[in-house]
Write a protein that binds this ligand. Structure first.
Ligand code: DON
Length: 314
């Protein structure tokens, strides 16, 4: 008989681990500032772990669909790096964590020359959206969707119209960030057109298995181990994973690096995409958020698994 693999073991342990983490969901809240996200089930929690051989361990509310939100920023960054190159991207966006909220305006005015500190805060991601090639917002969105569909291995991946409209109608803070960037000439394109691309990539609808599939490509340095195809240059993945460690969980990134020790990116829908280098792609959903905007139960679950299995990279 074949020895049980690590994923078999994880599969057996997931029900208890999930139950323990789910107890934290009443301590958080779903994101209320985007009306389309507020109604998500607060006590939901699900995880999918996908190995390079195609085996999975999965438990909980994995069938729940949700929108990528800020998780999309990792992938638009890689697309901009692939299409425009490092020099162009880093002439408009920095490489440093902020220690501020993801939608903060503070440092844009405090620090010269007014370029966003990094591509994972809202201001930085809006600038990155403007660098995606295309002659119109529609073309840029199509380019992004084609890239996401390839990584998730799902040609049907699309953005959720209701969440997109709901964010676009209420995005007063993102609009003010974008107009400020335009005034500083960091953003050159039409503000509303750039925001349209940004809201749409944030609203791309996925499940945990899509996240795990996208993360697996990062775990294998840009190669898809399930098809053997090279999808992203290794250097672009290296840059993205470095940002995931330093800024991926916003100003809880340091704590996450200490407690979990893996590159990760969260979104206000409650999704977390993370990976174990050379081994697994992981997708988590838990819509109840802590005060930093990260899934309260999702972070706890990842801490449990990483501690038990000694997954920390550090
Ligand atoms: O721009 C926004 O505010 C959202 N579309 C994305 C923010 C987000 O996911 C931050 N995550 N923790």
């Amino acid at each position: 008989m074949e020895p049980a693999s690590e994923l078999d073991r994880i599969q057996q342990l997931l029900p208890d681990w999930l139950a323990a983490s789910r107890r934290l969901t009443p301590t958080g809240k779903t994101a209320a500032y985007i009306p389309g996200l507020a109604a998500a089930p607060r006590d939901a929690l699900g995880i999918t772990i996908l190995g390079g051989d195609g085996k999975t361990a999965s438990f909980g509310d994995c069938a729940l669909s949700f929108t990528l939100q800020s998780i999309s920023k990792v992938f638009t960054l890689m697309l901009a790096l692939m299409e425009r190159g490092e020099d162009v991207v880093f002439s408009k966006v920095g490489m440093e964590p902020t220690g501020d909220d993801f939608n903060s305006m503070l440092k844009l005015e405090l620090v010269e020359p007014g370029i966003p500190f990094n591509p994972l805060i809202n201001a930085g991601a809006i600038v990155v959206s403007s660098m995606i090639p295309g002659n119109s917002p529609e073309e840029k969105t199509e380019r992004i969707l084609a890239f996401f569909r390839e990584l998730a291995a799902d040609p049907a991946l699309d953005y959720n119209r209701e969440v997109y409209r709901s964010e676009s109608a209420t995005a007063h803070r993102n609009r003010s960030l974008a107009y400020f960037l335009k005034d500083n000439r960091v953003l050159e394109d039409d503000v509303e057109e750039v925001l349209d691309v940004y809201f749409k990539h944030c609203a791309v609808e996925v499940t945990c298995s899509h996240l795990a599939r996208m993360a697996l490509v990062l775990a294998y340095d840009g190669n898809d181990p399930l098809t053997g195809r090279k999808l992203i240059p290794q250097r672009c993945v290296q840059i993205a994973k470095t940002f995931m460690i330093t800024c991926g969980m916003y100003n809880a990134s340091g704590e996450f690096a200490i407690r979990v020790g893996l590159p990760a990116k969260s979104g206000v829908s409650g999704g977390i995409l993370t990976l174990v280098p050379g081994r697994y792609g992981i997708g988590v959903i838990g819509p109840s958020l802590n005060s930093k905007g990260n899934s309260v139960a999702g972070v706890h679950l990842l801490e449990t698994i990483s501690t038990e299995l000694k997954w920390s990279m550090f």
